[in-house]
Write a protein that binds this ligand. Structure first.
Ligand SMILES: [Zn+2]
Length: 392
């Protein structure tokens, strides 16, 4: 299957490290790549290390003064005073911050180029998906918005319709902001409700700027939503919109922080439901975008129990390799997990669930159900802009 898919990886990506005690521990990337290798997935696709994004690429999304500020604190972290969101509790400055953030962005941009040029159908950068970074500020553990940069590069290469589906538990606010007034980019974010979670945006009424009405889509899920509800929301919104929009490329963000064990959020999704959504994204790319699929990582703070398994199954899907979820995780990987973290590794690739989504008959909405209310609010807001009926 060589040439079909590629995985972006460079050991230096683990240098994206905000320091001890920060939730975004880079061991999550290292343990993911180890698990990918333990399953031999690195033999089933091409592993590629791309160069860092240069300034002209970063400026497709980010302001020059912000990039200069990142460079400044990267060279001397003591200069970070909170301006541009740098030196905050969420985004503490660290030496080399610019270089490694640009390296992450470079992976997503190169992955987008490979997919657009047809060198591969699918490309994965699980170190990316840093969806909170704004044009002029760091935010929510994100410095440069690799997702937005990849999309901007696709536009520069001539793409006319790009769909971005963000399944992280947090709203994909930075990507939405970057393309708020651009009808060529459809952003769809499913996330925990802004009332209960950072970044407190992503209301269904946020649906795109002037000239791009309906190009931003937000499903605000009630805290506590589990597998059935999460899958129902995905299936009630994403396939319909992609069918109407007909993207040339599908970019997806797979933050693993929807998981029930995630310490920073309050959804109750299993690894098994995450796999269903990953598989769906893959199928939707084939159905609507001639297979052109760029899959990114994102959040995920259960760094041992959840993230490596979630993104390894994502890599397997992109590589076209069936991993048995019931199978045991490889013993050498478990030993490595213990050696690095003194925590015991999960023993299987499943959480033991077999999630299904509730089907949606024409009149199947329950007006008293908070999840159905959330879905309907979104569909009423944006479906008419795409020629779709909110109730069908
Ligand atoms: Zn997140």
């Amino acid at each position: 299957m060589t040439g079909r898919a590629q995985l972006m990886w460079d050991e230096a990506l683990t240098g994206y490290d905000f320091g001890a005690g920060h939730p975004m521990d880079p061991v999550r990337l290292a343990l993911t790549m180890s698990l990918v290798r333990a399953y031999g997935l690195d033999q089933a696709l091409e592993v590629v290390a791309a160069p860092p994004a240069g300034d002209s690429t970063l400026q497709l999304v980010h302001r020059a003064d912000y990039i200069a500020a990142v460079r400044r604190v990267s060279a001397d972290p003591s200069l970070a005073d909170g301006s541009y969101g740098l030196g905050t509790q969420d985004d503490p400055a660290f030496a080399g911050m610019h270089e490694v953030s640009a390296l992450i962005a470079g992976q997503s941009v190169a992955a987008a180029e490979a997919v657009w040029r047809g060198r591969v159908s699918h490309a994965v950068n699980f170190s990316g998906g840093l969806h909170h970074a704004m044009p002029g500020a760091a935010s929510g553990f994100c410095v440069y918005n690799d997702a937005a940069l990849a999309i901007a590069r696709l536009l520069e290469l001539g793409a006319e319709r790009i769909a971005y589906v963000d399944t992280d538990v947090h709203h994909g606010d930075g990507v939405q902001a970057a393309f708020w007034q651009d009808p060529r980019v459809l952003t769809i974010s499913l996330h925990e409700h802004p009332r209960t979670l950072f970044p407190q945006t992503g209301w269904p009424q946020e649906s795109g700027g002037e000239g791009a009405e309906g190009s931003a889509v937000n499903v605000a899920l009630p805290a506590g939503t589990g597998d059935e509800g999460w899958l129902r929301a995905f299936h009630a919104v994403v396939p319909q919109l992609l069918g109407a929009f007909r993207p040339q490329v599908l970019v997806t963000q797979h933050g693993a922080d929807t998981h029930m064990e995630d310490p920073l959020a309050h959804l109750a999704v299993s690894l098994d439901a995450q796999r269903v959504v990953q598989e769906q994204c893959h199928e939707l790319a084939h159905e609507h975008a001639e297979g052109r699929w760029l899959a990114l990582g994102g959040g995920g703070y259960a760094v041992v129990d959840v993230v490596p398994r979630s993104w390894t199954q994502l890599v397997a899907i992109a590589a076209g390799v069936g991993l048995d979820p019931e199978g045991d995780t490889p013993e050498p990987w478990r030993r490595e997990v213990y050696a690095r973290t003194r925590e015991s590794a999960p023993s299987r690739m499943t959480d033991g669930f077999r999630p299904r989504w509730r089907e949606l008959p024409d009149d199947g909405y329950d007006p008293a159900d908070r999840l159905d209310q959330a879905i309907l609010a979104t569909r009423r807001e944006v479906f008419p802009s795409h020629g779709l009926l909110p109730l069908h």
